[in-house]
Design a protein around this ligand. Structure first.
Ligand code: ZN
Length: 500
């Protein structure tokens, strides 16, 4: 290790430690903290966030980074220092371009917007949230101007969660998905009765569900000596390092599918975190490529694996042993069909594989129009209803199950595209894994997930952020981001299921 690299990493490790300490506090806040801890915890998190920020934007850090950049300029192509520089420079540029005053204003407005969002939800009325949301849109434009962008201001917001993503690329991606999925949803709606999911409802004891979910992700390869599962209101994954990855779930005893697939989903996020390169731990290079790529891993285990026939060939006997009265007489075909039931619905987080991306298209188009000044905050519910009708054929009876359903807008715009990127990437990676592992379906039917996890470890997890989304996709799959494998998978699977 060169002196300049050592100087840089020493500083990066400290910043990462502060951020991971904040992650521990954040995890505790969502799992075990009593309500009385709220205010104190908010203050502690704000202090840690500003400590990490101050270190990153300090003149000393800037000097160390510039010296390192000079050294890297002479390094051969493919040298890992190029990738480290790219990831650190990105974080540094973002932090230094946003004035402290703007960041503080965003934090205050987020608190205000959250409070008015909660009040608006209680009243089921978007107009209660609209004034704070209008300020958030203005602030998002200010942030975009500070960060800079290639074509339109929305680009800057998309780039924050998906490095390199632009409005145009996202619009094309969603446009291709819509063109295939909207007619498919219509065709399925005409044959709803062909799939029955009633076996998934009844009484499913909490502790048995908990155990069954853990059994599945243990088989996938989730390492419980380096992670654990707890409960929270909204399931999430967080990591304190490759040696300590936390996932959460929530269980409802009236249905089987909700907690089970949520555990597979978060387990998929957790497997990615556990597979990140230990040698680059505590630096940006040791982190996931983007939130969309992260989502590709959760979707792959939840859907491509967990909602497949081979998986249920393996897992049905276990589910039957756990729930003999509910599943005793059920066949692999019965459960495979039940867990793939399609229904245009109002709520994104409950959406199935076919309708999910259409929910993202609605949010993306509304956000883009807001950023361009073509839509006013108060007119969002009307635009929302029109798009839901057009894409999904359902219209929310009130704003609670409409434009107020997601918490994301209390913190700003641009955070939804990763979900669609994740869906698309999951199918690309799945297709490539199938080419590499000739007998992948048979392996899964035998409960042998090691070849699949091995492929993901090699092609993605162990890279950390050494590659960009595009670079990793080209190496692992031979192509950049493309909707083709995803659409082929969805059309093939659901045409067969619904006899279209
Ligand atoms: Zn996820």
């Amino acid at each position: 290790m060169t002196d300049r690299l050592a100087e840089l990493t020493k500083r990066l490790l400290e910043i990462d430690d502060i951020e991971r300490a904040a992650a521990v506090l954040g995890w505790d806040q969502m799992t075990y903290m009593p309500q009385g801890g709220n205010q104190g915890r908010g203050e502690q998190l704000a202090t840690l966030a500003s400590l990490a920020h101050e270190r990153l934007v300090s003149p000393e850090f800037g000097d160390v980074l510039r010296a390192f950049a000079e050294e890297v300029r002479g390094a051969p192509e493919g040298d890992v220092r190029h990738a480290l520089l790219r990831t650190v420079q990105r974080a540094y540029d973002q932090a230094t371009k946003l004035p402290q005053e703007l960041v503080a204003r965003q934090m205050r407005l987020t608190t205000e917007a959250y409070e008015s969002w909660v009040a608006a939800r209680a009243a089921k009325d978007f107009s209660v949230f609209a004034p704070a949301f209008a300020k958030m849109v203005d602030l998002s434009r200010e942030i975009a101007e500070a960060l800079g962008y290639p074509e339109e201001s929305y680009d800057a917001l998309l780039d924050l969660s998906e490095p390199g993503m632009t409005t145009k690329v996202a619009a094309d991606l969603l446009g291709e998905l819509k063109a295939s999925l909207v007619p498919l949803v219509e065709a399925i709606a005409e044959h709803k009765e062909r799939v029955d999911r009633s076996i998934l409802y009844g009484h499913f004891a909490d502790e048995t569900q908990w155990r069954l979910g853990l059994e599945a992700i243990t088989a996938f390869g989730f390492d419980f000596s380096r992670g654990r599962q707890d409960r929270s209101i909204h399931p999430f994954t967080t990591s304190f390092g490759v040696g300590d990855v936390r996932i959460t779930t929530r269980i409802s005893e009236d249905t089987f599918a909700s907690a089970f697939f949520s555990t597979l989903h978060e387990g998929g996020h957790g497997l990615y975190e556990q597979g990140l390169p230990a040698e680059w731990a505590r630096t940006p290079l040791g982190q996931a490529i983007s939130s969309g790529v992260h989502e590709s891993q959760s979707r792959l285990w939840e859907n491509l694996v967990g909602r497949s026939r081979p998986f249920w060939r393996y897992f049905l006997p276990k589910a039957q042993a756990a729930f003999p009265s509910q599943f005793g007489q059920v066949s692999v075909e019965d459960i495979y069909r039940a867990v793939n039931y399609v229904e245009p619905s109002l709520i994104r987080v409950d959406a199935d594989e076919v309708t999910y991306n259409l929910h993202i298209a609605v949010r993306f188009e509304v956000e883009r129009a807001l950023m361009r000044g073509e839509l006013a905050a108060r007119d969002v519910p009307e635009a929302w209803r029109a798009k839901m009708q057009e894409y999904l054929g359902v219209v929310p009876p009130d704003d609670l199950v409409g434009a107020l359903q997601d918490i994301h807008w209390t913190g700003g715009l641009g955070g939804f595209i990763g979900y669609s990127v994740g869906n698309v990437v999951s199918a690309q990676v799945w297709e490539a894994a199938g080419r590499t592992i000739g007998d992948l379906p048979e392996r899964i039917a035998q409960g042998d997930f090691a070849p699949l996890l091995g492929f993901l470890r090699r092609e993605l997890h162990q890279l950390g952020s050494r590659e960009t989304t595009d670079g990793f996709l080209r190496k692992a799959t031979g192509q950049g981001l493309t909707t083709r494998p995803y659409l082929a998978y969805i059309e093939g699977k659901f045409s067969e299921l619904y006899g279209l």
